[in-house]
Write a protein that binds this ligand. Structure first.
Ligand SMILES: Nc1ncnc2c1ncn2[C@@H]1O[C@H](COP(=O)(O)OP(=O)(O)OP(=O)(O)O)[C@@H](O)[C@H]1O
Length: 308
């Protein structure tokens, strides 16, 4: 694995008696898109704030771009906070340039980069307008631009999709994917599985401050018992490795469709091989890939608030 852009090692954060982040360890490999997934109050924002040196951990160690969290690294990091806020009277372009200058960009390149982002975000016509004239979603896109303007090595986006309509969500997904293609490491928090499903190389699932899962999407899916749909003449429930088989419909000529769940650790390939070797007639055999939502429920539980 390549070097880590961020690593937590046994990190805990307590607010009084309440433990918001509980002995959390994970690493974000450089150049990946990494999703922080968890329901409300899971500890996502608290973790990002510790990585940005806004909050100090109660215990454990954090490494960001090879150093402990510090304001010194600010120019290498782009951050979209959960609470959005910009100077209302400042123009859209000046706002983005202001943030670029804070990150030590020269005036010329700052303006160029800001305009390129505004074009990309379809906000170029608003460059001279004060921020207060923008809709909430448009203002959020401007704030995304302030995080991206200096092409930071590490992007941390806290709930970047919330408040955006589907067209703008897609625009932001493309922007995130392109930033990663250009070499940035992107960490974003969300409780909407679809964005994570489309974007993330790796995931961290949090439940009440504790790590519930950390790894790739494939690894997460592989941990779930396999499910498949098959059509056979005989019920498949007695086949080895089958946990349950529910008839879900009849195909022509007496073939019956079944929704089959396998025992943990049994693969669909093993079942198929058994059927072939033992002459168990099959008309169809379709492996069902679990959605990230199902994966989340498996690791974190159905009681956590989450959107599909
Ligand atoms: N400054 C604080 N003082 C006391 N408790 C806090 C503070 N900040 C966060 N918490 C608590 O820590 C827990 C984790 O909060 P956090 O904001 O990190 O969750 P989150 O995963 O980002 O949730 P959400 O999706 O709702 O934003 C919550 O129970 C929250 O009430």
């Amino acid at each position: 694995m390549s070097a880590a852009a961020m690593a937590f090692d046994g990190v805990t954060k307590q607010f009084g008696d309440f433990t918001a982040v509980d002995h959390l360890s994970f690493a974000v490999p450089e150049g990946t898109i990494f999703g922080f997934l968890g329901g409300n109050g899971a500890g996502k924002t608290t973790s990002l704030r510790m990585a940005l040196d806004i909050l100090t951990p109660t215990g454990g160690r954090i490494d960001v771009l090879g150093n402990p969290p510090s304001r010194e690294s600010a120019s290498d990091i782009g951050f979209l906070p959960e609470e959005r806020g910009l100077y209302k009277k400042m123009s859209v372009l000046d706002t983005i340039v202001y943030f670029a200058r804070l990150k030590r960009m020269e005036a010329g390149p700052a303006k160029q980069s800001a305009m390129a982002l505004l074009e990309r975000l379809e906000l170029a016509d608003w460059a001279k307008s004060p921020v207060e004239k923008l809709s909430k979603g448009m203002a959020q896109k401007v704030q995304v631009a302030t995080a991206l303007v200096n092409s930071p090595k590490l992007l941390m986006l806290d709930e970047p999709f919330s408040g955006l309509d589907p067209v703008n969500q897609k625009m932001l997904e493309d922007l995130i994917a392109d930033a990663a293609k250009d070499g940035a490491t992107v960490i974003f928090s969300t409780h909407v599985m679809q964005h994570a499903e489309r974007l993330c190389d790796r995931l961290l699932m949090l439940a009440r401050g504790k790590k519930a899962f950390d790894g790739t999407q494939d690894e997460a899916r592989a941990a779930l018992p396999a499910r498949l749909e098959l059509a056979s003449r005989t019920a498949p429930d007695a086949l080895p490795g089958v946990e349950s088989a529910e008839a879900i419909g009849t195909a022509e000529d007496g073939w019956i469709k079944y929704d089959v769940r396998l025992n943990s650790g049994v693969t669909p390939e093993q079942l198929l091989e058994h059927c072939t070797t033992n002459g168990f007639g099959l008309r169809s055999f379709d492996v069902q890939t679990p959605s990230l939502h199902e994966v989340f429920i498996h690791f974190v539980g159905a009681n956590e608030e989450i959107e599909r």
